[in-house]
Design a protein around this ligand. Structure first.
Ligand SMILES: [Zn+2]
Length: 117
């Protein structure tokens, strides 16, 4: 299994099932060593899923753009349609300072999904 590390500034305030699912998907990705750059720490948009414990940022600035995009595709396949995977670049939000993969539970979704009626 690829090694996954966190920046020393990473904070977790609430461990949600969605957070566990995202972290498991990162750990399952075998092709690169990954660095988690933010969970609940840092400055994000005011209603960001980061503050709900439902989003993770993973460093991609050291990857070729094609490798970063392929990593995003693998995360989308692993997590399914309840999750949003965005390759963010500096300037995409007022707070985005380096290229990274932002992964979150989509707004309005619950994880685990409710049982089918
Ligand atoms: Zn993010």
């Amino acid at each position: 299994m690829a090694r996954v590390t966190c920046l020393p500034t990473v904070q977790i305030r609430i461990v949600t099932p969605a957070l566990c699912r995202i972290l498991q998907a990162v750990c399952d990705d075998m092709l690169f060593e990954h660095v988690i750059t933010s969970i609940a720490d840092g400055v994000h948009l005011h209603d960001s899923a980061h503050y709900r414990g439902e989003a993770v940022d993973i460093r991609t600035r050291d990857l070729a753009l094609s490798d970063a995009a392929a990593f995003g595709d693998r995360m989308e396949r692993a997590l399914g349609p309840a999750f949003l995977v965005l390759l963010e670049k500096p300037g995409d939000t007022p707070y985005t300072s380096a290229q990274h993969l932002h992964v979150q539970l989509k707004s309005g979704q619950t994880w685990p999904p409710p049982p089918a009626a």
